[in-house]
Design a protein around this ligand. Structure first.
Ligand code: HEM
Length: 390
C-alpha cells in the first residue's frame, strides 16, 4: 500500500501527485493514522466526486475499517452530518451574513496595515511568527467583536497548536475549541447586536438559530479551520511570490480583482484534501470499484495541478482566467466562507505588498520546512526581509 503523507510530501506534494495522476484515477493509500483510504487525484474524478451524492460526509456510512477522519463532536459537526436539504438551509442562513464583504475586507486591511507598521524598522523576521500566526486572531477578534479574554484564548490556542514546536495537533484540542465556541456564542448573545457575531447569533430569518446547531458548526470553521488555512495561504503566498517578482504588480491589485487570490488558492492548495467521504453504496471512481462503507479522499491539490484541466499547472499566473479550481471544494459542501475569504485575503495581500513592495524570503524555497498536517499544508517558519516601506 502506498504511504505518501510525510513532511516531504507537505513541502513538495506535486511530484508524488503527478505520478499518482499518471498512474491511474484512484489509489489505495495508507493514512498517517493507520487505516487506509482511496485517494482520487484527477480533476474530472475529483470534481465528479464532490458532486456525487453516493459519497457522503456523514460518518454513519463508514463501515469502520477505513480511515474515518477525526470525530468532531456534536454540535460542531453539523455541516458533515446534515442531509442535503437540511444542509442547504443551514448554508443559506450563514452565507447572507458572510457576504458583507466590504465591511470585513476594509477592517482586515486596516488590521494588516497596523501590524506591518509595528514591524517597520525591525529588520529581518519570521513572517509566520510575526504576521501569519497573529493576524487571524486579530482579524477574527475585531470582526466578531470578541472581548480580550476570548481573543487571548484564540491566540493561545493558535500558539499551542500551529507553531513549529507545538505539541498537540489541532484535532487533539477539540475540547478547548468547543469551550471557546461556547464562550463566543454566550458573548454574542449578551453583547452588541452591531457586530458580525451579534448579527449571526440573532439572525433567525432562516429558522431558529439556537437549536439547530449551525452556529457552533459555523464558528468552529470560522475560528479554527479558517485560522489554519488563512495562516497557511498567507505564508505560502509570500514564499511563492519571493521567487516570482514578475507577479508582484498583479498581487497589489488583489483587493479589486479575485483572480490573484483564486490563483494563489489553486497553486498552493492549502487544503490538500476534501473532508473524508464514505461510499453509501458500491461505486466506481477513477476506474476503481469502491465498496460501500469505504473512505474516499478527494485530493483537491492534485486536481488543481492536473494538466488535463489547467495549462501549465506548475506556473503561477495571477491573471489566470477562467480558473475553475477546487481549492474551496465544489457542490453541496463547497466552502461556505468563500464570499468572505476572497475579499479579506485580497485586501490583506494588497496591503502587504503595497506596504513592502520588496518583501521576500531570505531562504531558498527547498529549505523551508512545512507543517505536515496531512489535510492541510503551510510553511512552519519563513524568514523574510521586508525591504523598504513604500
Ligand atoms: C483560505 C481559506 C479557506 C479555505 C482554503 C477553505 C477551504 C474549504 C474547503 C476545501 C471546503 C470543502 C470541504 C469538503 O468538500 O470536504 C470548505 C468547507 C467549508 N468551509 Fe471553508 N475554507 C476557507 C475559509 C473558510 C471560512 C472563512 C469559513 C467561514 C466563515 C469557512 C467555512 C466553511 C464551512 C462551514 C465549510 C463546510 C461546508 C459544508 O460542508 O457544507 N471556510 N472550506
Amino acid at each position: 500500500m502506498l504511504s505518501i503523507f510525510d513532511e516531504e510530501f507537505a513541502r513538495d506534494p506535486w511530484q508524488v501527485l503527478r505520478s499518482l495522476r499518471d498512474g491511474g484515477g484512484a489509489h489505495r493509500v495508507a493514512t498517517p493514522d493507520g487505516p487506509p483510504a482511496w485517494l482520487v487525484t484527477r480533476y474530472s474524478d475529483v470534481r465528479e466526486g464532490l458532486l456525487d451524492a453516493r459519497l457522503s460526509t456523514n460518518l454513519r456510512y463508514s463501515a469502520g475499517a477505513d480511515y474515518r477522519g477525526f470525530a468532531v463532536p456534536e454540535p460542531l459537526d453539523v455541516f458533515q452530518r446534515s442531509d442535503l436539504d437540511e444542509l442547504a438551509r443551514l448554508r443559506g442562513r450563514v452565507t447572507g451574513q458572510l457576504r458583507r464583504a466590504g465591511e470585513w475586507s476594509g477592517q482586515a486591511g486596516k488590521l494588516m496595515r497596523e501590524r506591518l507598521a509595528e514591524l517597520d524598522g525591525a529588520g529581518d523576521f519570521d513572517f509566520v511568527e510575526q504576521v501569519a500566526l497573529p493576524l487571524p486572531a486579530l482579524i477574527l477578534g475585531e470582526l466578531l467583536g470578541l472581548p480580550d479574554v476570548e481573543r487571548d484564548a484564540l491566540a493561545r490556542w493558535a500558539a499551542a497548536t500551529l507553531r513549529p514546536e507545538a505539541a498537540p495537533r489541532a484535532r487533539d484540542t477539540l475540547a478547548t475549541m468547543a469551550e471557546i465556541v461556547e464562550a463566543v456564542i454566550a458573548h454574542g448573545r449578551a453583547g452588541s447586536a452591531d457586530t458580525m457575531l451579534g448579527r449571526l447569533v440573532r439572525d433567525e430569518s432562516h429558522g431558529p438559530a439556537a437549536d439547530s446547531g449551525e452556529l457552533p458548526g459555523l464558528l468552529f470553521y470560522l475560528l479554527f479551520v479558517w485560522y489554519e488555512v488563512l495562516m497557511d495561504v498567507l505564508a505560502g503566498a509570500v514564499l511563492t511570490l519571493s521567487g516570482r517578482p514578475d507577479q508582484l504588480a498583479a498581487v497589489r491589485t488583489a483587493a479589486e480583482s479575485a483572480a490573484p487570490v483564486d490563483e494563489l488558492l489553486r497553486f498552493l492548495s492549502p487544503q490538500v484534501l476534501a473532508g473524508p467521504r464514505f461510499a453509501v453504496t458500491d461505486l466506481v471512481i477513477g476506474g476503481k470499484t469502491v465498496a460501500a462503507g469505504e473512505t474516499v479522499l478527494l485530493c483537491l491539490a492534485a486536481a488543481n495541478h492536473d494538466p488535463e484541466r489547467f495549462a501549465d499547472p506548475g506556473v503561477l499566473d495571477l491573471a489566470r482566467t477562467p480558473n475553475p479550481h477546487v481549492a474551496l471544494g465544489h457542490g453541496a459542501h463547497a466552502c461556505v466562507g468563500a464570499g468572505l475569504l476572497r475579499p479579506v485575503l485580497g485586501a490583506v495581500l494588497a496591503e502587504l505588498y503595497g506596504h513592502w513592495p520588496g518583501l521576500h524570503a531570505t531562504v531558498a524555497e527547498r529549505e523551508v520546512r512545512w507543517r505536515s498536517g496531512f489535510r492541510h499544508r503551510g510553511p512552519l517558519r519563513l524568514p523574510v526581509h521586508p525591504g523598504a516601506t513604500s
